[in-house]
Ligand binder design. Structure first.
Ligand code: IFM
Length: 400
């Protein structure tokens, strides 16, 4: 009898991080500046974060020992190109050492080229919406090619462009003194930023492929898992398209599409509805809803026209690690169901490897590994051992 819980050959099994959230001291980035401006979103600055710029070996040692076979991390444009056209050989060598270090430990690196943060100079010239941003991104990727041109099979061009475009709108609103809340009522996406990001992704794919034809390129979209109340289907469609589907459509023909899902968004006749009063909430204030992953995979497969999928983020902010195991069990169950239905899923990366800087605060702990905020000592949680072990046995808790 074939074991229908066994992961398919080549299935990626990893954890994800992002440079700004774990490295510390990303002083030349727009987020560092934002953290030090008066605004209602930032409760505390990132500071030294998890000091992973220096401790990345320790992070990778732990992930490999736990059983993971893959590690998704991002490179920091602000460090690699601190001034326009001026590239840091030392920063490029640093990230190259990380790629090699991952391989030496038996981890396949997935490299994200852009995860929310920009060099300050890029933001000051108008960010993504300014003319020529795709050109500048391609120039950075050309200079950074030594990092990913060998030993890397998967490159993610841009993480959650759909959140980047909402952040751009939020920056504009904040600058004009308007109140902004990401959890209760996020602003509508900035259209010029959306168009620019779609262009930048296409340009990035072309650039990476021309320099490293073997690399499988894709990008990762935050899936909102919109669920309309009866009669609100059209409202959901028009809510979803500019906030998500326009980016999934742009992944048609890509080597893969990254699916990131955490919770669901209920939609009523007027649009987004609040989380139901009686629902369990995570430390993000999001509804505890593990089945989000399965819905996100089905929707992504249908809108992208069958582009192979990789779960590049999924997880929960909680101080109760038993809830993390429970949530992830439910999420993996929904993933297995979609695979059984014939949806082409090629990997799973948990968010996040470490408790890290959650864009304005440290309180929402998403990590499989706890990090002491004073000493930076790492302590894997029971969920890390549980999830990592699946990488070793290659057997899912549930059938697919
Ligand atoms: O921490 C973020 C990450 O940077 C992008 N995806 C969602 C995560 C949790 O909010």
């Amino acid at each position: 009898m074939p074991d229908t819980r066994r992961l398919p050959e080549g299935f990626l099994w990893g954890a994800s991080t992002a440079a700004h959230q774990i490295e510390g001291g990303n002083t030349n980035s727009d987020w560092w500046e934002f953290e030090h401006s008066q605004n209602p979103i930032v409760k505390e600055p990132s500071g030294d974060a998890c000091d992973s710029y220096h401790r990345w070996r320790e992070d990778m040692d732990l992930l490999a020992e736990l059983g993971f076979t893959d590690y998704r991390f991002s490179i920091e444009w602000a460090r690699i190109e601190p001034s326009p056209g001026e590239f840091s050989r030392s920063a490029i060598a640093h990230y190259r050492r990380m790629v090699e270090g991952a391989r030496e430990r038996g981890l396949r690196p997935m490299v994200t080229l852009h995860h929310f943060t920009n060099p300050l100079w890029f933001a000051q010239r108008g960010g993504w919406a300014a003319a020529g941003s795709d050109e500048l991104f391609a120039r950075f990727l050309t200079a950074a090619a030594p990092i990913y041109a060998t030993d890397v099979a998967h490159v993610c061009t841009i993480n959650e462009p759909n959140i980047v475009t909402v952040m751009a709108a939020a920056q504009t609103a904040l600058a004009s003194g308007q109140a902004v809340s990401f959890t209760e009522n996020p602003p509508a996406p900035d259209e010029a930023t959306t168009d620019a990001l779609v262009r930048a992704h296409a340009r990035a794919v072309e650039t990476v492929k021309s320099l490293a034809p073997h690399v499988h390129t894709g990008w990762s979209i935050a899936n909102l898992v919109c669920q309309p109340l009866p009669g609100s289907e059209d409202v959901a469609d028009s809510f979803r398209h500019p906030r998500q589907d326009v980016f999934i459509e742009a992944a048609r023909g890509d080597d893969w599409l990254g699916v990131q899902a955490y919770t669901r968004t209920l939609i009523g006749p007027q649009g987004r509805l609040p989380v139901p009063q009686d629902a369990e909430r995570t430390l993000m204030g999001w509804e505890y809803y593990p089945q989000a992953l399965g819905h996100a995979l089905r929707h992504s497969a249908s809108v992208s026209g069958g582009t192979p999928l990789i779960v590049t983020e999924n997880g929960i902010a909680t101080a109760d690690d038993a809830r993390r195991i429970d949530y992830t069990t439910g999420a993996l169950d929904s993933l297995a169901t979609t695979m059984r239905e014939g949806i082409d899923v090629r990997g799973y990366f948990h968010w996040s490897a470490l408790d890290n800087y959650e864009w304005g605060r440290y309180a929402p702990t998403f990590g499989l590994i706890a990090v002491d905020r004073e000493t930076f000592a790492r302590a894997p949680k029971p969920s890390a051992a549980w999830l990592g072990a699946i990488g070793r046995t290659r057997v899912l808790p549930t059938e697919y």
